[in-house]
Design a protein around this ligand. Structure first.
Ligand code: NAD
Ligand code: UDP
Length: 339
C-alpha cells in the first residue's frame, strides 16, 4: 500500500505550493480542506503543473469522524498542517471562531493522528509568536507573546504540541515559523487569492498595479527604520514550500520538537517593496502615506541559520523574483481563481 503525506489546508496559498513541491519530489499527496478560504481550482492547477494527480478530500479538521475516515482508508506517513484561519483583524472580532478552528481543530487532528500512530507533524506557525521582539534578527529562542487571538492561537498550538512531545516523546514535530510569505509559482498558474480587500502588503500592491484598487496606503512613515516605513522579512512562497519538504525529510530521522524560522534573514521596508515592484515590472504603484496600523511593529526579520544547520535549507529566490512572480500571477489571474 503506498503511503501519503496529508496536507490539511492543502488548497490554500502555501498549501498548494507545497503540494506541488511534494508531488515533484515524488511524494503522494492528500489535501484535506474545507475550502473556507480557497477553491478546488488551485489543486487542479497543481496537478497540471506537476503532471501527477493528488487526492483532494473536502473536510473540516474539527470533524473527527471525517479525519478518522481518511486515516482508516489511506496509509499516512506524515501530516503537514496548514489548515487555519489567518486574518488578524477578523480574529479580534471572532475570537471563539479562531480558537475553535485553529486550536480545537489542531487538538482533534493530533488525537486522530495518535490513534493511527502517525506521529510526524509539520505545523504552520508564524513569526507573530515573537510579538514585538526586542532584538533583530529574531532567534528561535526569542521570548514569545501574542497581541491578538490569531497570534495567540498559534502560540497556544505551539505550547500544546510541546506538552504532547513531553508526554509522548516518540512524536517528531517541526514548528515552522514563517516570516512574510509572498510571490507565486513562476508559471503564474497558482498564487495568493485573498477574499475581499487584502490585508497583506503584496496582494494589495499587486491589486493596485492591476487597477483593482486606486492606491496603496503605506501604514506609517515615522518608524525608526531607514525610510520610516515598516521592515519585514519577505520570503518567496516557493522557497517556503521547499522548507516543508526539507522539514519532512528531517522528521524522518529525528524525534522531539523543534521550532524553526523560515525567513531570508533580510528585512525590506514597505517602500523597498513598492519600488521593487514598480521598477522590476515597469508598472505604476500609486501610494499615499497613512497613519500607522494599530498593532504593527517597526521591524521583524529572521535569524535563519537554524534552518540551514538542521534542515540544510536556505532561501534561493531574490526580491526581484518575489515581485516578478507576484505580478505574473496577478496579471494572468486578475480575479484570482475566479478569473
Ligand atoms: P490560506 O487561507 O490560503 O490556507 C489555509 C487553508 O486552510 C485554506 O485552504 C482553508 O480553506 C483551509 N482551512 C481553514 N480552516 C480549515 C478547517 N477547519 N478545516 C479544513 N481546512 C481549513 O492561508 P495560507 O497563507 O496558505 O496559510 C497557511 C497556514 O500558514 C495557516 O495556518 C496560516 O496561519 C499560516 N501562516 C500564514 C502566513 C501568511 O502570511 N500567509 C504567515 C504565517 C503563518
Ligand atoms: N502595510 C502597508 N499597507 C498595507 C498593508 C501592509 O503599509 O496595505 C505594511 C504593514 O504596516 C507592515 C508591512 O506592510 O509594515 C507588512 O504587512 P503585512 O500585513 O503584509 O504583514 P505583517 O507583517 O503585518 O503580518
Amino acid at each position: 500500500m503506498s503511503s501519503y503525506i496529508l496536507l490539511t489546508g492543502g488548497a490554500g496559498y502555501i498549501g498548494s505550493h507545497t503540494a506541488l513541491c511534494l508531488l515533484r519530489a515524488g511524494y503522494n499527496v492528500i489535501s484535506f480542506d474545507n475550502f473556507s478560504n480557497s477553491s478546488a481550482e488551485s489543486l487542479k492547477r497543481v496537478e497540471q503543473l506537476a503532471g501527477r494527480t493528488l487526492l483532494s478530500i473536502t473536510g473540516d479538521i474539527r470533524d473527527q469522524a471525517a479525519l478518522t475516515a481518511v486515516f482508516s482508508q489511506y496509509k499516512i506517513s506524515a501530516v503537514v498542517h496548514f489548515a487555519g484561519l489567518k486574518a488578524v483583524g477578523e480574529s479580534t472580532e471572532l475570537p471563539l471562531h479562531y480558537y475553535d478552528n485553529n486550536v480545537s481543530g489542531t487538538v482533534t487532528l493530533c488525537r486522530v493522528m495518535r490513534h493511527f500512530n502517525v506521529k510526524k507533524l509539520v505545523f504552520s506557525s508564524s513569526a507573530t509568536v515573537y510579538g514585538d521582539a526586542k532584538e533583530v534578527p529574531i532567534k528561535e529562542t526569542s521570548p514569545r507573546s501574542a497581541t491578538n487571538p490569531y497570534g495567540q492561537s498559534k502560540l497556544m498550538i505551539e505550547l500544546i504540541l510541546e506538552d504532547l512531545v513531553k508526554a509522548e516523546p516518540d512524536w517528531s514535530i517541526a514548528l515552522l515559523r514563517y516570516f512574510n510569505p509572498v510571490g507565486a509559482d513562476e508559471s503564474g498558474q497558482i498564487g495568493e487569492d485573498p477574499n475581499g480587500i487584502p490585508n497583506n502588503l503584496m496582494p494589495f500592491i499587486s491589486q493596485v498595479a492591476v487597477g483593482k484598487r486606486q492606491q496603496l496606503s503605506v501604514f506609517g512613515n515615522d518608524y525608526p527604520t531607514k525610510d520610516g516605513t515598516g521592515v519585514r522579512d519577505y520570503i518567496h512562497v516557493v522557497d517556503l514550500a521547499n522548507g516543508h519538504l526539507k522539514a519532512l525529510q528531517y522528521l524522518e530521522q529525528s524525534k522531539g520538537i523543534e521550532a524553526i524560522n523560515l525567513g531570508t534573514g533580510v528585512g525590506y521596508s514597505v517602500l523597498d517593496m513598492v519600488n521593487a515592484f514598480s521598477e522590476v515590472n515597469q508598472v505604476a504603484v500609486p501610494y499615499q502615506i497613512a497613519p500607522r496600523r494599530p498593532g504593527d511593529i517597526a521591524v521583524c526579520y529572521a535569524e535563519p541559520t537554524k534552518a540551514l544547520t538542521l534542515l540544510g535549507w536556505k532561501t534561493e529566490k531574490t526580491l526581484d523574483d518575489m515581485v516578478r512572480d507576484t505580478w505574473r500571477w496577478q496579471k494572468h489571474n486578475p480575479n484570482g481563481y475566479r478569473s
